[in-house]
Design a protein around this ligand. Structure first.
Ligand code: IVH
Length: 672
């Protein structure tokens, strides 16, 4: 084979693997094999420079640094979209479209609104020749060299019907999972972390040195065509399909919907899936589907009449740190919490955010009085992403946790200790500390532990503060007269609470172990322990070595379990809880074996293929949070195989073994 045809074959093969990895998310070869092909092509091109083509994958590693970006005048301006925040805005949009077109119902193409950077890509005779940022909409920056390094941008269009000229519009962004690893790398290199995927993408695209951009995990998604010398299809939807056939990534979540109801249903659906999407989105975009209708509706000033962005509540907002306080958690961990000027973010008003620990405060350099970016995504606890240094007032006060609390627990004044290789400070007071006692009681009564409905935070505060309850044992000593005396409960709710306490006596071994609140023993480990030892007596008798026989239990967990049971006070509480004359908590040993709790606890899952909304990490986290396990390969011991699109050999094996095969919906049902 001649060098020329070998180079051509290598180019085609490498781009095919690029596409499989970056566009289709279905890698076809190992990294090592890929590197081998790449190296071979690089060597060939060095030996025969005339074989180096503009669309060669070797051109994706980054050209020479530029002194500055050139300017590009957009042939078709890059406009913006009008925003809809409420249903009324969407209803008004739909009405304007119907009236403008003189029809009763309009079909819309609906798609996610990517939270990245708008760019335009120009192809001549199928070859990528220029790419630019939006700039002011009329003139942008020439970032061609940087865009060449983005593996999901085709350097040559697929297929044989390339238009003489094509201008594609879309968004450059960083996937969430890549953002996490990028920041992990930054941390490891002691470099500044990025605030969010959008900023990281913006910073990466505007690097003058394309070699830096090449190291950043940028992705591209197409959402439209500005100009094409080809005849365009009749609908936006068909246009997107055409883009996909040319090799551009397009959003999987696209849909064609009818009328206002269709739009609002789509908004709901994507809103619910938002947290599980691979990328950040800040809303959805509705576009009149028929391109001829788009032309008829036209533009008003800087935005199209035929499209609108329906925004989600922002997940990030700026606010001020009013104070930093210290909270004591169930295991005594002292956590600094920022009190914030109330701010509406992620659909709720946020008034405080955890700062995790002193290291985190130092790393982010958060000071009292600072303006900070607060993030609340989905149901997660609000967190401070970064400080806005430009808005720091003079004399903004630094915070030092140890200094603030005078080296003692702010609740019980016990000594504060820092365990080896932990960044966290802890109160050493254990259950002597009312704060820890309250947390321990709430944990004991929580739904996945002994499940005492009605025993909430306020009541626990009161029971502990009035010294009616010190340990969980005391809960079983409560009666109507005592509760009535508290003066805050009606007789009815007091009776209900006593009922719930009574019901909690009949439980399972795994719940009981979990309810003790042993550090590092979550629901899943409690289930493992219950199954492995089968009885509390065996567990109590186990030394660290025996504990480490349990899968997933290492020296740290084993030591905290031993430490807990070595404390005579803890043993006393356990004995009293089980004493039929005092606590009366019981379970049947055999029942302990299949880890009661949820359908999922103790079950082994294998994930295969691409699930419609959940990423693999997310699915794994959900299963593990419910006490299940996720294994890498299918065996007779697998309880469920969760299969998505393009599931391969694991699915085949599961079928051969006659295992339970479920889809994402069934998984989510199991988890609820
Ligand atoms: S269509 C005339 N579709 O939103 C403008 N834009 O305000 C047509 N964006 O900066 C834009 N996802 O980069 C369109 N699916 C999508 C989009 C999208 C994100 C961005 C776009 C622009 C901004 C418009």
């Amino acid at each position: 084979m001649s060098a020329a045809s070998r180079a051509e074959a290598l180019r085609a093969e490498i781009e095919r693997h690029n596409r499989a990895y970056y566009v289709l998310d279905q890698p076809t070869i190992s990294d090592a094999e890929y590197d081998q092909l790449f190296l071979e092509l690089q060597r060939l091109e060095t030996a025969h420079p005339e074989l180096r083509t503009a669309d060669s994958p070797t051109q994706r590693v980054g050209a020479m640094p530029l002194p500055a970006f050139g300017q590009v005048a957009h042939r078709v301006p890059m406009l913006s979209l009008n925003n809809a925040f409420a249903e009324e805005d969407v209803a008004a949009f739909d009405r304007r479209c119907r009236e403008g077109l003189g029809v009763d119902e309009v079909d819309y193409a609906a798609e996610p609104k990517f939270d990245g950077l708008a760019i335009t890509l120009i192809y001549e005779s199928g070859l990528f020749v220029q790419g630019a940022t939006r700039g002011d909409g009329t003139t942008g920056e020439d970032v061609t060299q940087n865009l060449r390094t983005v593996r999901s941008i085709p350097l040559r269009l697929l297929g044989h019907d390339s238009p003489a000229r094509l201008e594609v519009r879309g968004e450059v962004l960083i996937l969430r999972r890549d953002f996490e690893s990028l920041n992990a790398q930054q941390r490891a290199a002691a470099a500044r972390e990025f605030v969010n995927p959008r900023n990281a993408a913006a910073g990466s695209l505007r690097q003058l040195d394309p070699k830096v951009t090449a190291q950043r995990p940028l992705r591209f998604f197409a959402y439209g065509v500005a100009q094409s010398s080809h005849q365009t299809p009749a609908t936006h939807d068909a246009l997107m399909t055409q883009l996909a056939l040319w090799g551009f990534p397009v959003a999987d979540e696209r849909a064609v919907v009818s009328g206002l109801k269709g739009l609002l249903d789509y908004y709901e659906r994507i809103g619910a899936a938002r947290a599980h999407l691979p990328y950040d989105i800040d809303g959805v975009v509705y576009k009149v589907n028929r391109l001829a209708d788009q032309d008829r509706l036209g533009f008003v000033s800087r935005a199209p009449r035929f499209a609108i962005a329906h925004k989600f509540p922002a997940q990030e907002a700026n606010t001020k740190v009013l104070a930093i306080e210290v909270q004591v958690g169930r295991t005594g961990a002292l956590t600094p919490v920022a009190r914030l000027e109330p701010v509406f973010v992620g659909g709720v008003t946020v008034t405080n955010a955890t700062l995790h620990n002193q290291d985190e405060i130092d790393r982010k350099d958060v000071r009292i009085g600072d303006t900070v970016i607060v993030r609340r995504a989905g149901d997660v606890i609000p967190e401070i992403v970064a400080v806005v240094p430009a808005l720091r007032p003079q004399g903004a006060e630094r915070f030092d946790l140890l200094e603030r609390i005078g080296h003692v627990c702010p609740v019980c004044r016990s000594r504060v200790e820092r365990l080896d290789d932990e960044v966290i400070l802890r109160c050493s007071g254990g259950l002597y500390c009312p704060a820890q006692r309250k947390r321990a009681l709430l944990h004991f009564a929580s739904r996945r532990a002994l499940d005492i409905e009605g025993l909430g935070e306020k009541l626990v505060d009161q029971l502990v503060d009035t010294r009616l309850v010190g340990t969980p044992v005391d809960l079983y000593r409560l009666d109507l007269a005592v509760l009535a005396n508290l003066g805050r409960m009606g007789e009815r709710s007091a009776a209900n609470l006593l009922d719930a306490i009574e019901r909690s006596k009949s439980t399972s071994l795994s719940r009981f172990i979990y309810s003790l609140g042993i550090r590092n023993v979550g629901e899943s480990t409690a289930g493992d322990l219950a199954r492995h030892f089968g009885s509390l007596e065996f567990l109590l008798a186990a030394d660290e070595e025996a504990l480490m026989q349990v899968a997933d239990i290492g020296p740290v967990v084993a030591a905290s379990i031993r430490g807990f049971f070595a404390e005579p006070h803890n043993i006393e509480v356990i004995e009293q809880l089980r004493d039929p004359m005092i606590g009366g908590v019981h379970w049947s040993e055999s029942e302990a074996l299949p880890a009661a709790g949820t359908n999922v606890a103790g079950k082994t899952f294998v994930l295969t293929g691409t699930l419609p909304t959940l990423t693999r990490e997310r699915a794994k986290a959900l299963i593990e949070n419910s006490g299940g396990k996720v294994a890498g390969s299918v065996s007779k011991k697998t309880d469920f195989v969760v299969a998505g699109a393009e599931a391969g050999s694991k699915l085949e094996k599961a079928q051969q073994l006659g295992l339970n095969i479920i889809n994402e919906t069934q998984l989510l049902e199991l988890l609820t």
